[in-house]
Write a new protein. Structure first.
Length: 67
């Protein structure tokens, strides 16, 4: 009988650890990934802005050389 209760305790401990891991994964998925996505989106906007500025400078140089 003592072996059964020892195994039951180990199973309960493992269930608790699995539940804790599930909560941590949910926190990462719901909270951290959202913040990372927002930062990536802001970096993308900055890169597009810089790209348009460089393109505008290139057009300005081309028009100046043709005149």
């Amino acid at each position: 009988m003592p072996d059964i209760s020892k195994y039951d305790l180990e199973i309960q401990e493992l269930k608790g650890e699995v539940k804790l891991l599930g909560e941590r994964i949910a926190t990462i998925k719901d909270n951290h990934l959202k913040h990372i996505e927002e930062k990536i989106n802001s970096i993308t906007k900055v890169m597009y802005t810089i790209g348009f500025m460089v393109f505008g400078q290139l057009l300005w140089v081309i028009t100046r050389t043709l005149m």
